[in-house]
Design a protein around this ligand. Structure first.
Ligand SMILES: [Zn+2]
Length: 68
């Protein structure tokens, strides 16, 4: 079975039509602080937090903790 990673979606700011850049943002989750990469517009500096994306990241964090 071939596993392809097609998660690399290009995000654009609705306002500026600029490609969003991933920026490390600190988030608080449960009892810890984590850094997650969130898409940010280089023009208007709006950070886009897609709920599904945020939840996905949280899941990654959880899984990462369980592994270690
Ligand atoms: Zn923008």
């Amino acid at each position: 079975m071939k596993h392809e990673n097609n998660d690399q979606t290009t995000w654009r700011c609705d306002k500026c039509q600029q490609e969003l850049e991933l920026t490390k943002v600190k988030v608080k989750y449960m009892e810890g602080n984590f850094e997650v990469d969130l898409p940010k517009c280089p023009s208007c500096h709006q950070v886009f937090i897609d709920e599904a994306l945020a939840l996905g990241k949280m899941k990654e964090v959880e899984e990462g903790l369980e592994d270690k």
